[in-house]
Write a protein that binds this ligand. Sequence first.
Ligand code: DHK
Length: 148
Amino acid sequence: MILVLNGPNLNLLGRREPEIYGTTTLAELETSCVEAGRELGVDVVCRQSNHEGQLIDWLHGAASEGASGVVLNPGAYAHTSIALRDAIAGIEVPVVEVHLSNVHARERFRHRSLSAGACLGIVAGLGTPGYRLAIDYLASRRERQQGG
Ligand code: DHK
């Protein structure tokens, strides 16, 4: 199973600054993630929260839920949350950080991600297809590790 976690304000996708984040809604994004998983033969479970502690709890529970990887868009917590970074660093399950927008082409305060350094890798600026790339990567990584 691959867990897809979206952080604060991503529940507003589709309506929120569409020139930056696009017009795809969170529900549509989550459906496309589940479909990508189906094509790849892996279950995808999607969740969203506006609360830092909830995201941390889901990360802590990822292994016991059977997740082989986590796709995480931390939203603005990427730029502010040492607690989120520590949660990622503290679990065995690999995490790929995804940003819809190219954070490096935006305001200076978005250039630094505290969480990214604890992640396996990052995808930024590719819009919703970035999630699919991350799922694809984590699914094939799991297969490689299982010797498949
Ligand atoms: C989403 C957010 O909510 C912002 O706070 C980040 C990220 C960028 C995104 O591009 O998906 O700065």
